[in-house]
Design a protein around this ligand. Sequence first.
Ligand code: SIN
Length: 553
Amino acid sequence: MARQDDPRTTDFLVLGSGIAGLAFALEAARHGRVLIVTKRAPEDGSTAWAQGGIAAVVGPDDSFEEHVKDTLEAGAGLCNPDTVRFVVERGPAAIEFLVRSGAEFAHLQGKAAGYDLGREGGHHRRRVLHAGDITGAEISRALIARARATRNITFLADHHAVDLITARRLGHAQDACLGAYILQTATGTVLTVLARRAVVLATGGAGKTYLYTTNPDTNSGDGMAMAYRAGAPVADMEFMQFHPTCLYHPEAKSFLISEALRGEGGTLRRRDGTAFMEGQHPLASLAPRDIVARAIDAELKRTGDDFVTLDMTHKSRAFLRKRFPNIFDRCLQYGIDMARTPIPVVPAAHYTCGGVVTDRSGRTSIPRLYAVGEVACTGLHGANRLASNSLLEGVVFGRAAAADAGALAPREVPGVPPWNPGAAVPQDEGVVVTQNWDEIRRLMWNFVGIVRSDKRLTRALRRLMLLQQEIQEYYWAFHVTRDLVELRNLVVVADLIVRSAATRRESRGLHFNLDVPDRDETGWGKRDTVLLRGREGPLTRVRCGEALPERLG
Ligand code: SIN
C-alpha cells in the first residue's frame, strides 16, 4: 500500500471533469497518461447543468462573420477579436469532435434535414445546437463514457485540489507547475500528485460566491484562487454574468429557466402582465444578458415585487413538453403549468467571464500550467459572454491546450516534499466555516451584484479583509476538509471580484457602477483588469488571449 508521502505521478494532471477538462483529457491521452481529479462524481460539475446548448456555425444561413459579430457585440467592446475568430472558426470541428465522442444533438425531421438550431439572447441567427433542454447532461454523458473507455485516462473522484505545487514555491528560480496537493475527502489524507508534462485547471467558475446562483455547489472558484496564490495573473473578475431567468420558488434551488425559451418567443412581463423589454433593445426580451438582467433588477427595485414573469403561453403544451421536457416537468412539480401560467423568474449569478489569463493555447504565465473552460480568461467573452459560447470555448481550448501540452517533453519531478499539516488539529467549530461561507455570499449579493457603487464596493472590501484574515487563521490551525478548502478559495475569489470592480473606473457590459455610469472608450475600454498577487494595482501590459510577457509584476 502506498504511504501517504509516496507521490503519485502521471503525465497530465487535469483538475476538473467538465467539458473542457474532458476535451483536454481525450486529446492528451494520445500522448501519455491522464489523471482527472474531480471534487465529487465526474458528472457533478456545471457542464451537466447547461440547458441551452452549444453555439456553432453549422446552419445554411449563418456565417463565421455573423457569429463573430454577435460575440463582439455582447462582449461590449472588450473581447479579444483574434480569440473570438479563433474560437468561432473552430466551432464546426468542435461539434464534430462531440458527435464523434457520442453526443447526440436534436435534428429537424430526420438527420438529413440538419440540426434543429435554437436561438438565445444576443444571437441574430439560430445557431445553438441542443439536446432538448439537457444539452450539457448529454455532452457530459458522452465525454465521460468515452473517457472511461480510454485506456490512458483514470478518474480520481471525491478528491479536491488544495494547492498547486510550483518550482518557485520550492525555491527554484525558474518557475513551472509540478503537480498539486490533493485532499482525499473521505479520509482527510492529502496526497502529492506530480505531473511529468502538465497540470490543467478545468475547475469551472465561481458562481457560489453569490447567494443566488444557477451554479452547482462545486463552483467555488478553486482554480482561480489556486492560480492566483501560485502567482498567475487573473483578469476581468468584475464581469460576473447574472442570468436573467432563474426560477423563483421557495423550494427551487438554483434552477435555470433557459434563455432558449426566449429564443422561442418568450416574453418578460411584470406581474401585472405588461411587457417591459420593448423599447429597451431592438431584440427586446432576447437582448444580451447584461441588458435584460439590469432591466429586471430595475423593475424589481421600482415595483418592490419579488419576481417578474416569463410568458410562454403562446406555445402549445405539446411543443413545450417536447422542446423543454426538463423545464416543463420541473415547473409542473412546483405547480406551474407553463403552457397556461407565466413562469416567475429572477436573475442569479451564472457565469464567471473573468479568470486565469491564458493565451490561445490555454497556457497561463506559469510554465506547464494550463487553464481551460470557465476558469480561464481567454479574451472570448470580454465584458459579457454571448449565450452558449461557453461549451464551445471549453471544447476549443481543451483541444488546443492538449495539442500544445502534448508536445512538451516529459520531465522528472524530484524533491517535492509531502503535504505538511504543521500543528493543525481536527476542526472544533464547523459553524465558523458555514457562518463565513454564508456571510461572503450574502455580502457579494448585496454589495457587488448587478448594480454596484463605490460605497458598496468599499463596504464589501472592508468586510472581506476581515473574513480573509479569520479564514486564513482557521485554515492553518485546523485539518483541511473540503468545506474549508472551498471557503478559503471562495474568499480569495470574492476579494478578486471586488478589487477588479473597484479598479475599473467605468461601466461596461456586466459591470455597472452608479458612480461611473458611462463607458470610457479610450482608457478602460481597451484594457482587461489584470490582478497579480503581491502587486499593487492592475497589470496593464497583459491582455487575455495573447502570449504572456516573460516577466510579470
Ligand atoms: C441557458 O440555457 O440560458 C444558458 C445558456 C448559457 O448560459 O450559455
